[in-house]
Design a protein around this ligand. Structure first.
Ligand code: GYE
Length: 313
């Protein structure tokens, strides 16, 4: 009897569906909201047993977690991959064991798409492009549309599809603005502490930064601290324009304080989305292979206090 058959019959027996979730880590507010979304969705009440693993941002830990899920004969494996590459071997092991794999949040680069059932997450390239378009309009409104603009980027974890996509999206927009200069790019590992460190070093190397692009909100919080510590200001009335991605609640607070200029949304609430995919697979229904989530953006021209009241993360 194959494991796939087990998964089906398990449910018919009134058993719980066992789901192993190989989570990236706990590096950001976004990640915390994502973990919470899985933990509150995959409950015994809802018919699941969740085995949760925090890989502390290390691919080797995630691979170990996936292997242990296979050993425990879980019904489904869910992976939010730290980086895009290097997954073939372990996914083939899951396939061999007959355990369906669902990807969530970041993507994988795979030669064989049959190694996973479906992926659901944000459109990172689009987020990067939205950021570039927002900047173009903002600078134009300030009468700086043709000025030379010095930018730096605090990137996410290198090789993570959220980093790759957001950088690519911004690159597409850089090509449209010959007056924009990207002075430097360095990884802040998607954390506030590293974001602050990178910004400190940028401020030492480049005396005239106009814009800092942070590939998540938490890096921006660190960057803002570094800017203030250097005796500079940021935000709509400051020396440096700061933009970031995710749109977590603390980003709204930072915009309301006047530090952050804008945040480009990335929705972390994937628990119910993955549960829906699992329910369809349980019934033998077709699932869309790639499922993008709709995303907005927010800036200081909006009624942020009111929007914040309804934010779920
Ligand atoms: O932007 C960041 C987190 O993969 C989309 O990971 C996710 C990113 C998110 O650490 O805050």
């Amino acid at each position: 009897e194959s494991k796939e058959a087990d998964a089906g019959s398990g449910k018919a027996d009134g058993d719980l569906i066992t789901v192993g979730y190989a989570q990236v880590g706990a590096e950001s507010d976004w990640r915390t909201a994502n973990t919470e979304s899985f933990k509150s969705t995959f409950t015994e009440e809802n018919g699941y047993k969740l085995i949760f693993d925090d890989a502390q941002q290390k691919q080797e830990n995630q691979i170990k977690a996936i292997r242990s899920f296979i050993q425990q004969e879980v019904d489904y494996i869910v992976v939010a991959p730290v980086v895009e590459t290097g997954w073939e071997t372990v996914l083939e092991e899951a396939k061999e064991a007959g355990i369906p794999v669902i990807l969530s949040d970041r993507q994988m680069q795979l030669s064989d798409d049959s190694l996973y059932e479906a992926w659901v997450g944000g459109n990172f390239v689009k987020e990067g492009e939205t950021c570039g378009d927002w900047l173009a309009k903002y600078l134009e409104d300030q009468g700086r549309g043709d000025e030379e603009i010095n930018m730096v980027t605090i990137q996410g974890t290198i090789g993570a599809s959220a980093q790759v996509g957001r950088t690519e999206g911004m690159d597409n927009k850089l090509k449209e603005h010959s007056n924009w200069k990207m002075l430097d790019r360095q990884s802040g590992e998607f954390t506030q502490a590293k974001g602050q460190e990178v910004m400190e070093s940028f401020l030492k190397s480049y005396p005239d930064i106009d814009v800092v692009i942070c590939e998540n909100d938490n890096e921006a919080f660190g960057a803002i601290d570094a800017i203030h510590a250097a005796g500079k200001t940021c935000g709509p009335d400051g020396d440096i324009i700061v933009v970031s991605f995710d749109s977590v609640k603390a980003a709204f607070e930072s915009m309301i304080k006047g530090d952050l200029n804008a945040t480009f949304e990335c929705n972390p609430l994937h628990g119910p989305r993955v549960a829906e995919i699992i329910q369809k697979l349980e019934k033998g229904e077709q699932v869309d292979k790639i499922q993008y989530v709709d995303e907005a953006y927010f800036d200081t021209s909006m009624d942020l206090e009111n929007i914040l009241k309804d934010r779920a993360y």
